[in-house]
Write a protein that binds this ligand. Structure first.
Ligand SMILES: [Zn+2]
Ligand SMILES: [Zn+2]
Length: 343
């Protein structure tokens, strides 16, 4: 079978590899149909992932946003897993023993294994997966099925933020994750203001039923958001950029007793006046990937919103073009919303 293998930092090639053997007990073999590429893939590919984020170990088949079909089912799997079923893959496997696992947060397990990071991922024609990571999904377009993974990050973020019906929520960054947060927060009944540097991204946020604001300067954005959520400022703000000016704007604009939620990944240092934490007593929350129940919620969000989420898919490539696709995505950040590889 063919596999797009990241052989070393900055080098991916499409190679022949042996197919996985018949699935063992509680395991299925899937044929990936669509694999979304995201920012963490760029960092892994460039060899930039920190040890904490899983490091970058080569050679590796990347791809953790996976829509697939089941092609073989091992003994003992639950009955809904049948050959031909379209599925989305929850990329996480946790150790079950460390502190975060012991308090019910396996998504921050110190020893977790993520598909496409620690174990080989979706950019190949066959992949064997433990059944717990396999979620049937009703989606006509496998690219839409693959969006369950980015949607699951948004579900995690909105759950961490405890978003309530009627609350005013600001989302900084209208890339795929920011868009998914808009959608999930709207579904929870919040009013959402999306902020981005790019007008064309904000048009998509409007389709997600968010109000929008073009990022001009941090001061202007903070002032606008605080007026928009008069009189106290927004009770919930998400940063989906990882850019230091946006993170500073988040902690400045959030209401006292509010929640500031960091979703965008970054290796940058950010400075802000510590007084905002003590004076406003805000909750500053980080978001990693999600747990199994949240992945199930994400699948349901995708099933309810296939057309809307389909708008996030801006470019499609075949598996044979995977190296070009990744390069294209990395070189055209303003043009690309979501590159999907498959077929
Ligand atoms: Zn991703
Ligand atoms: Zn663990």
């Amino acid at each position: 079978m063919r596999a797009a293998v990241t052989e070393r930092a900055g080098a991916m090639a499409v190679l022949d590899r042996p197919e996985p053997s018949e699935p063992e007990a509680h395991e299925v073999v899937v044929a990936p149909e669509a694999v979304g590429i995201c920012g963490s893939d760029y960092h892994f590919f460039a060899g930039e992932l920190s040890e904490e984020a899983g490091g970058s170990e080569f050679p590796r088949v990347q791809g953790h946003e996976i829509g697939a079909r089941i092609v073989a089912v091992g003994p003992g799997c639950r009955r809904e897993l049948t050959v031909g079923t379209r599925v989305a893959l929850w990329p996480l496997q946790a150790c079950g023993e460390c502190y975060p696992c012991s308090v019910g947060r396996p998504n921050t397990c110190d020893a977790f294994e993520l598909i496409g990071i620690h174990v080989d991922g979706g950019l190949q024609e066959r992949l064997s997966v433990p059944e717990e990571q396999v979620f049937p999904i009703r989606a006509d377009d496998p690219a839409v099925a693959s969006l369950a993974e980015p949607v699951s990050i948004a579900v995690r973020a909105v759950n961490r933020a405890r978003v309530q019906r009627g609350e005013r929520v600001v989302v900084l960054g209208a890339g795929p994750i920011g868009q998914c947060i808009c959608l999930v927060a709207r579904e929870r009944g919040a009013r959402v203001l999306a902020v981005d540097l790019q007008e064309n991204r904000l048009e998509v946020s409007q389709a997600m039923d968010a109000e929008t604001l073009l990022w001009t300067s941090a001061d202007d954005v903070v002032a606008f958001a605080r007026r928009w959520a008069r009189p106290a400022g927004p009770p919930v703000v998400f940063d989906a950029t990882g850019a230091p000016p946006a993170v500073r704007a988040m902690v400045e604009m959030v209401a006292s007793a509010g929640r500031a939620v960091q979703v965008g990944m970054s290796g940058d240092d950010v400075t802000f006046r510590l007084g905002v934490l003590t004076e406003k007593e805000i909750d500053l929350l980080g978001v990693s990937c999600c747990g199994a129940a949240e992945f199930g919620q994400a699948v349901a969000v995708v099933e309810r919103n296939p057309e809307l989420l389909g708008r996030l898919v801006s470019h499609r490539f075949g598996l044979a073009q995977a190296p070009e696709a990744l390069r294209f995505a990395m070189e055209n950040p303003t043009e690309v919303m979501k590159v999907v590889i498959g077929g």
